[in-house]
Design a protein around this ligand. Structure first.
Ligand SMILES: Cc1cc2nc3c(=O)[nH]c(=O)nc-3n(C[C@H](O)[C@H](O)[C@H](O)COP(=O)(O)OP(=O)(O)OC[C@H]3O[C@@H](n4cnc5c(N)ncnc54)[C@H](O)[C@@H]3O)c2cc1C
Length: 473
């Protein structure tokens, strides 16, 4: 039998890798998808996006139940959370979508291989060799192009190891019971989402962030609004605060920290979640064998087509330098890469058009430059802001915290960024991404008909507010 030479071999089957593989199959490329774990889906499906959003949905339902009387529904009482049932449902959702991926592999005629993939060096006569290690045995896979999609791991505080009390995103997703108290170190998307979940289910939650604000990558006003809302919910928030030490106590953990300009404090809790960011899984994948690949602190540099310095080797997803670690950024990176490999017209990745969504309550959705970044970049910034208090549908659904903020350039009405905190923000942001992708202006949005009453008509008001012409505010 002649040896198979694939058009593309993809290492890692998270959302980056599997999206690349399915589109490669659709484009008629002979494709091999290499995954070390028995299941496809990566962090996102098994210990990231999907299970967290399942828990957040349950928390949201529970919050509505707590307010049942306000909605005119008597007789529900306080309700009781069946944590096991919630965990089971979360597991079923993950299992259903894992099966879906198995089906899509077959549908798109992708060869699936289980094993740990590693680069062996530059191409020889236009063909790369990937070393595959599975069950102690080594073999080889040949391909004309390679996509690295090996994802990331949760960083840990120095000297600590995850266990039943010191948790990462993995352990915190399958606790036996809802903890009475939890300290969360790190207030990016992962930290604030778990704060939201466990606070809704009744835990005492303390959030600690080293930087001066919660969700530090978001627009400053969004961070302020989230902190205000979290405080109202009874979540203790410490920003500008460094965690010095975590100790195991008789029943839990003690966290020692010093808020800027104050003396050291100590908080005890049943659990501590460490959510201080994610490092790239690139240590053992043979990058050093290919000198043309530029690597910085483990992250791989690529061009706008996701190609590394070595022609024919691409990198996508959480391992890429300078791109947000988000499932949809990885997935689109994969699509761009394989479209280029297939020689079809592709559009380059644009960092400023990747939405960031945080599914805590209130939700956050944003795209493009923050107000501060736009000013720093020298734009003549014009801002429009619309509060959800003035949106009738937000009042109907009893969720009118937050606002929509549009950052634009005064010169041509270019939309530079949109920042939303409030109801369905993670859905609303799609409109902003689409209009930015199509290079629409503030004017275009001001004359786009939005249905009434909807939360999305808040977008019309926010864009109109740039010109001081919001109808409902
Ligand atoms: C708690 C949490 C919640 C999140 N929520 C969201 C969200 O709501 N929305 C969002 O967009 N993002 C979210 N993210 C981020 C998202 O999960 C990641 O951005 C996404 O999974 C990255 O995709 P990826 O394909 O690069 O890597 P991964 O999903 O990490 O997949 C990499 C795959 O490669 C495999 N692999 C690694 N090395 C090798 C090797 N050498 N050989 C073979 N296989 C290998 C791994 O086993 C894994 O299956 C969340 C993350 C966390 C932790």
């Amino acid at each position: 039998m002649p040896e198979t030479v694939y058009d593309v071999a993809i290492i890692g089957a998270g959302p980056g890798g599997y999206s690349a593989a399915f589109r490669a199959g659709q484009l008629g490329l002979k494709t091999c998808l290499i995954e070390k774990d028995p299941l496809l889906g990566g962090t996102c499906l098994h210990v990231g996006c999907i299970p967290t959003k399942a828990l957040l949905f349950h928390a949201e339902i529970y919050d509505h139940m707590k307010a049942a009387q306000e909605y005119g529904i008597d007789g529900l009482g306080a309700g009781k959370v069946n944590w096991k049932a919630i965990q089971d449902r979360k597991g079923k959702i993950v299992a259903k979508h894992t099966k879906g991926l198995d089906f899509l592999v077959r549908k798109n005629k992708v060869d699936r291989v289980q094993g740990f993939g590693r680069l062996t060096g530059p191409a020889k006569a236009g063909v790369f060799t990937v070393e595959l290690e599975a069950g102690g045995k080594k073999s080889e896979i040949k391909a004309k192009n390679i996509i690295l999609a090996t994802g990331s791991f949760a960083r840990m505080l120095p000297g600590l190891q995850a266990d039943d009390r010191i948790l990462t995103n993995i352990e915190v997703l399958s606790l036996d019971a809802i903890p009475k108290s939890m300290v969360i170190v790190g207030c990016g998307a992962v930290g604030v989402e778990f704060a939201s979940v466990y606070r809704s289910f009744g835990a005492e939650v303390t959030l600690i962030e080293m930087l001066p604000r919660l969700v530090p990558v978001e627009d400053e006003e969004v961070s302020k609004e989230l902190q205000r809302s979290f405080k109202k919910k009874g979540i203790n928030c410490f920003v500008d605060t460094k965690v010095e030490k975590v100790e195991r106590t008789k029943d839990g953990v003690a966290v020692f920290f010093t808020p800027q300009g104050q003396s050291q404090q100590r908080v005890e809790a049943e659990k501590v979640l460490v959510a201080i960011g994610r490092g790239p899984n690139t240590e053992k994948i043979g990058l050093e064998k290919v000198p043309n690949i530029k690597v910085e602190r483990g992250f791989v540099h690529v061009n706008q087509w996701m190609e590394t310095g070595e022609k024919g080797i691409y990198a996508i997803g959480d391992i890429v330098a300078g791109l947000p670690q988000l499932a949809h950024a990885g997935a689109m990176g994969g699509i761009v890469a394989v479209t280029r490999i297939a020689g079809k017209p592709a559009q380059p990745m644009n960092k400023n058009r990747i939405p960031g969504c945080t599914y805590c309550e209130p939700q956050i959705g944003s795209v493009g430059l923050t107000e501060a970044q736009a000013k720093e970049a020298g734009y003549q910034v014009k801002v429009g802001k619309f509060p959800f208090t003035a949106n009738s549908k937000a009042t109907i659904i009893n969720n009118h915290e937050g606002f929509i903020k549009v950052v634009s350039d005064a010169k041509y009405g270019e939309i530079l960024g949109v920042h939303i905190i409030g109801p369905v923000a993670t859905e609303l942001i799609a409109e902003a991404v689409a209009v930015m992708q199509l290079e629409g202006t503030v004017d275009d949005l001001m004359f786009t008909v939005h249905a009434h009453p909807t939360i999305s008509e808040g977008m019309l008001d926010a864009f109109s507010a740039v010109e001081g012409k919001a109808i409902n505010f």
